[in-house]
Design a binder for this molecule. Structure first.
Ligand code: URA
Ligand code: SF4
Length: 226
């Protein structure tokens, strides 16, 4: 490991130039951590190259892994419905994840693939992609869904319960990567809204109540964009 970049994180795979399309092309071949070995493909962010808002999830799920696109499974459907209910135009949104490969364990007769949360190590390895997406899309607003996304963007002390549903600000310099550290130190702040992950809504004992909470948080985001 190390010499071929297998444990060295995504940074060596990140192209110095180009927009998100260039990032997406390069990420196909990322071997910055071991997660590429068992997943079908890299699931990179998707949406307008200069979207007004970037929505950050955890990692692709089973269906995203097969389709190669973020938020196309059950959690994605719920998220897209919640965005509509919050009156946030889907056309303004670039969807991505903190980690770009599906992590899973298999169980049962059909070898069903069960989502497994990414480790801090994998989150750190994959973070250059997210950092570059945020810098190259350069949105007005970032929405983080759940703890993994929140920690990737805001640091390890982030807690959804403490931060959700209020308008925060994210300095551009909050996401330095080795190649760019210091470059954007004086840049403008972006808006940031944290909320729960849509799959937490799907698992909640009172799903209707959890869904209302998600929509209420997303309304804060929608208001910011108005
Ligand atoms: N959950 C996520 O966090 N991201 C996806 O793309 C799908 C489900
Ligand atoms: Fe690269 Fe991220 Fe996939 Fe790991 S999870 S191989 S760092 S794209």
């Amino acid at each position: 490991m190390g010499a071929d970049g297998a444990a060295g994180g995504a940074q060596p795979f990140v192209p110095a130039r180009g927009g998100v399309a260039a990032l997406r092309r390069a990420a196909v071949d990322c071997r910055g951590c071991p997660l590429y070995e068992n997943a079908t493909q890299t699931v990179f962010g998707d949406g307008p190259a200069h979207a007004r808002a970037v929505v950050v999830g955890e990692q692709p799920g089973d269906q995203e892994d097969r389709a190669g696109e973020p938020f196309v499974g059950p959690a994605g459907h719920l998220l897209r419905k919640a965005l509509a209910d919050a009156e946030m135009a889907e056309g303004d949104v670039y969807f991505t994840n903190a980690v770009k490969h599906f992590k899973f364990t298999t169980a049962g007769e059909g070898r069903r693939r069960i989502h497994k949360a990414p480790s801090l190590r994998e989150m750190t390895a994959c973070r250059p992609w997210l950092s570059e997406e945020l810098q190259r899309v350069d949105p007005e607003l970032v929405v983080v869904l759940g703890a993994t996304a929140g920690k990737s963007v805001l640091g390890n002390s982030f807690k959804v319960t403490e931060s959700r549903g209020t308008l925060l600000y994210l300095p551009v310099a909050a996401l330095p990567t080795p190649a760019r550290a210091g470059r954007d130190g004086d840049g403008p702040a972006r808006g940031l809204v944290a909320t729960v992950h849509p799959s937490a809504v799907l698992r909640a004992p009172d799903r209707a109540e959890a869904y209302r909470g998600l929509v209420a948080d997303l309304r804060v985001a929608a208001r910011f964009l108005r």
